[in-house]
Design a binder for this molecule. Sequence first.
Ligand code: PLP
Length: 390
Amino acid sequence: MGISTDGTDAAGGLGFNSLAIHAGQEPDRLTGSVTVPIYQTSTYKQDGVGGLRGGYEYSRSANPTRTALEECLAALEGGARGLAFASGLAAEDTLLRTLCTPGDHILLPDDAYGGTYRLVARVLARWGMEFTPVAMHDIAAVAAAVQPNTRMIWVETPTNPLLNIVDIAAVATIAHEQQAMLVVDNTFASPYLQQPLALGADVVVHSTTKYLGGHSDVIGGALVARDAEIGEQLAFHQNAMGAVSGPFDAWLVLRGIKTLGVRMDRHCSNAERIVRFLSEHPAVSSVLYPGLPQHPNHEVAARQMTGFGGMVSFRMRGGEEAALKVCGLTSLFTLGESLGGVESLIEHPGRMTHASVAGSLLEVPDDLIRLSVGIENIEDLLADLSAALA
Ligand code: PLP
């Protein structure tokens, strides 16, 4: 792993939390402002034709607030180039249409985030992209699904909402034997808990709406490329396709990132306490969490993650009716979609986030509840769940 979460990286550079606060964020040259200003501008005065003062000419191509975020993202993921987008899906669309051409085939997780599946199956398939859903945690199934025209393997780990774990290094080997790219959606883990580029991925995707932003107040996305040349191709398409992050949104994500490490530590410790509580509760039939020794890929998670994250899913003995009831009874856990913010959320994937995949391969069990465990006091969170489950 390139960057340690509590010390310095192998090359003796800054540790993760220091990078989160400083990478790309030198005090403002003009005023000394310690925080990166929000450069809320579309264009820049030129000193004579082509005389750009800071290299900026038009904010779709580049904007200083967005540049700060992009440099910080690249540093945190250990990549050559970071790019910030208007949403996670905008980042995904740009990535897929930059690195693939019509007729290319990609492998998608059979439990991919529903929006990713919809983008590929309903939008990019019309453009000529071929795809096969695969159980990515089954390495033999991944190898068997590769075709001569497979250009990309897409991995999410942990997955949403079933919290499966995929061995990134093993899938990277399969992808590279086939001259295909490995893309990892690192939204659930964040770079604090998992560094896919160091494990062999070529590009990392984020919905920065989630843990990176961290406060449920912004929609954003990001790509980080390991290789500068691929980063350059992606940057060309970012400008050509135009789905960029606005300056204020970029600033919100940058501000969120400064506390990513401390928030993730608390998300993880709160989640572990909740997992313990749910595992012993008679109304719960099973708990899905990569930190549990009985999780089918616990050993892989322990190897490739530095913590098991703040997402917890569990199944109710009383089926869908019981699950819906619990979702309506919590008060501190807010009933809502999304995840990764400081506040705890509860949702019923079958009727909410994953309703669009009902009847498909991606359908989720109807007795499943997903929690995004926030950073509130753990005693309050446990009391809330205990009352709802009683
Ligand atoms: N990837 C994952 C794992 C997600 O959970 C989401 C959104 O929930 C996305 C991508 C899409 O991101 P956005 O909603 O920012 O477009």
